[in-house]
Design a protein around this ligand. Structure first.
Ligand SMILES: O=C(O)CCC(=O)C(=O)O
Length: 297
């Protein structure tokens, strides 16, 4: 079964107002200790290439003995490879909360991202997730980021520029991992938007907490300066159900899933997590148990 997350069942008007004002919303203690430890156990396995389904993720940015030891370990669409991660990524509760925050009538999963910041690992540059959705119309996304460890300012926690979801959208960063100055692009964009001293909020929350952020909100994470604290997180990047592939160039990874002459996003790769009428892509529940995408008989 996909995970049930009762803390996400009640999104109040006050929470929506805070999300709209700041561009992000923190909800503490959404995953219980058992759920956190099951997800943590996946990290060493998937980065060693041990996949429940035998299928590779869409992005695999760090390999033992090949990659630089001090960059943030990162993977995309591990739900296709690992069933513990699938149970989180395919959760209905996350999607329903996203619908309440955005007003979308239904939600598809765009992709997940796995983040593993080992002690002394380097920064992730500030960026806007919507910039990566340049191949979609409407160009929109909402992220729900879960942390599996208590987060600390000196251990590379996630940071937001408050209110930055109202600044203009900028092109993709060229130095995503281990930039010289991880806040530089955001500061440049702030200045262009007329803000000289943007407020940066560093998220310090217990393991199992989550943060929803608007796709336009600037966020990134500093170096992990700790000698022994690990920071493992999972981001779920959600799309409006009505989204289609655009005619414009872009989408160097996920455009591969476009069928010829057809702009729709196939539910085999971008499943519907929750629709207005409660519909979900048919195979999600079974997939979380068996790793097979089978339609009910
Ligand atoms: O966890 C991080 O350091 C980066 C997270 C992020 O950029 C995201 O999930 O959108």
């Amino acid at each position: 079964m996909p995970l049930q997350l009762p803390r996400l069942e009640t999104i109040t008007d006050e929470m929506v107002a805070r999300f709209e004002r700041d561009g992000f919303l923190v909800i503490e203690n959404c995953l219980d200790a058992t759920q956190v430890s099951a997800l943590r156990a996946s990290f060493p396995r998937i980065f060693a290439g041990d996949f429940d389904t035998g299928v590779y993720p869409d992005e695999w940015h760090w390999r033992e003995g090949v990659s630089l030891p001090d960059v943030t370990r990162h993977m995309g669409n591990a739900w296709k490879s690992d069933l513990a991660i699938a149970r989180l990524a395919l959760s209905k509760d996350v999607a329903r909360a996203a619908m309440q925050l955005t007003g979308w009538s239904g939600v598809k999963l765009g992709q997940d991202t796995i983040w593993w910041k080992t002690p002394q690992s380097k920064a992730v540059t500030f960026h806007q997730d919507t910039s990566f959705m340049d191949f979609l119309r409407p160009q929109k996304t909402l992220t729900c980021w879960f942390t599996l460890d208590d987060t600390h300012c000196d251990a590379g926690t996630l940071e937001y520029a408050r209110g930055s979801h109202r600044w203009p959208l900028t092109p993709l960063p060229t130095d995503f991992h281990a930039p010289d100055d991880y806040r530089a692009l955001m500061l440049h964009s702030a200045e262009a938007a007329g803000f000289t001293d943007p407020e940066v909020v560093q998220i310090e929350v217990p393991a199992g907490s989550c943060v929803f952020h608007a796709g336009e909100a600037w966020h990134g994470s500093g170096p992990n300066q700790s000698q022994k604290t690990i920071r493992r997180s999972i981001g779920l990047h959600l799309l409006p159900e009505s989204v289609t592939f655009s005619d414009a160039p872009g989408g160097y990874i996920y455009r591969r899933y476009q069928r010829t002459g057809d702009p729709t996003l196939d539910e085999s790769y971008f499943p519907v997590l929750c629709s207005e009428n409660g519909r979900r892509t048919e195979w999600l529940e079974g997939y979380c148990e068996t790793g097979r995408r089978e339609l009910p008989a």
